[in-house]
Design a protein around this ligand. Structure first.
Ligand SMILES: O=C(O)CCC(=O)C(=O)O
Length: 376
């Protein structure tokens, strides 16, 4: 039974107090026995909202303006199946300069592994809320946690997202702490992580070559890279115009490999001051440049601003894999780039650990960019 308490989070109070009785209905996936204080922490909780709780409502000046967003029709789609390294790295270079992201097809990750990853991600979010809440934490330093929004301890307005965040490298170290429900979780997610890491390493080699460097140079700067994953679940939202799944941000890591929901759109990127929708492309991954590659490329490649919007029809899932420099690797652009055409180092040298700490001490939607703190 859902038990009401005087300690209810305020948005839940609001709908109980102000709404007609049918504003909340038990969700089919909920067994209905979790205390509402806990259930109310996540939005995949079994509570159905007919209006958007106040703590998710963005100020009028900071809303997605969905009617003004057009489709990005010229997203670069790069075919990794062709036998021409020079062409691939040239296309990647163009995409990184013009967009900061691209999609890859014929990427070598077997379809079956991708499908099983998606299936298990969905199954996880369909578990009863009390099962999921065993993994809940608001502490960003935890290496495995279910959480919600972005940084609930810091932010003023929440985001319409729950997520399961996992550290994935080395696999032997982290899989023991991963969920064992659903029972195939560790196997399916482990297989996916291995394949995606391999793809990420190939992409980094191409990026290195696209900057005129030897293929190993960027990987060597980033060191023995960590790998994290966010399985993002965006439930149906009662008022998608008023909030975000994730507000505009850049990724703090080096490279992100995003598996979009094949059927439900939601990813948007900022290009020339305009938000553009990136529709899912069959069997493709979206690859985006993160803050560390912007620094390593001496600012030549931009870490792309992107956001996730939500909708009132269907839940959406996206699976982001993040390649992150080794904590103590020194992030700095190689001389070939800092001295190219009389340029100078744009950024100070810093360790990834310093950067990551700064990133998580802030809100995701703070207007001054985290990289600004590391500029010369
Ligand atoms: O859901 C998406 O499409 C974007 C996810 C994302 O930006 C993230 O996890 O950082």
């Amino acid at each position: 039974m859902i038990s009401l308490s005087s300690q209810l989070p305020c948005d839940i109070k609001r709908i109980f107090q102000l709404g007609p009785p049918n504003l909340i209905t038990p969700h089919p996936f909920s067994s209905g026995t979790v205390p509402i204080q806990m259930a109310g922490k996540v939005i995949s909780s079994g509570i159905r909202y007919n209006t958007l709780p106040e703590s998710y409502v963005r100020p009028v000046t900071d809303r997605p303006n969905l009617s003004l967003v057009s489709d990005c029709n010229d997203v670069p789609v790069i075919d990794f199946g062709i036998d021409d390294r020079r062409l691939i790295s040239q296309q990647i270079g163009d995409a990184c300069r013009r967009f900061g992201f691209f999609q890859v097809i014929n990427h070598g990750v077997p379809d079956e592994i991708v499908e099983k990853m998606q299936e298990i991600g969905r199954e996880f979010f369909q578990l009863p809320v009390e099962e999921k809440m065993k993994l809940y934490s608001e502490d960003p330093s935890k290496t495995m946690r279910l959480s919600t929004s972005f940084n609930v301890q810091k932010e003023q307005v929440h985001n319409w997202r729950d997520y399961l965040r996992l550290h994935c490298y080395p696999l032997d170290q982290y899989t023991p702490e991963w969920p064992s429900n659903p029972s195939s979780f560790k196997e399916y997610v482990g297989n996916y992580c291995r394949e995606v890491r391999e793809l990420g390493m190939r992409v980094l080699e191409f990026i290195s070559e696209s900057l005129g460097l030897e293929k190993e140079v960027i990987k060597n700067i980033l060191g023995d890279q960590g790998q994290h994953m966010a399985i993002n679940h965006y439930p149906v939202c009662p008022e998608p115009e008023l909030t975000y799944g994730l507000p505009g941000h850049t990724d703090p890591n080096a490279l992100t490999i995003l598996l979009q929901d094949a059927l439900v759109s939601g990813l948007q990127v900022l290009k020339d001051g305009q938000w553009l929708a990136v529709r899912p492309h069959p069997n493709a991954f979206v690859i985006n440049i993160g803050d560390q590659l912007e620094a390593v490329s001496n600012g030549e490649y931009k870490s792309v601003w992107h956001r996730a919007v939500v909708n009132s029809d269907k839940p959406r899932m996206s699976i982001a894999s993040f390649l992150c420099p080794c904590n103590d690797s020194i992030i700095s652009a190689p001389q070939e780039l800092t001295e190219k055409d009389g340029s100078k180092p744009v950024f100070k040298k810093f360790t990834y650990a310093e950067y990551y700490k700064k990133f998580w001490s802030r809100n995701l939607d703070q207007k001054d960019h985290c990289l600004e703190f590391f500029k010369n």
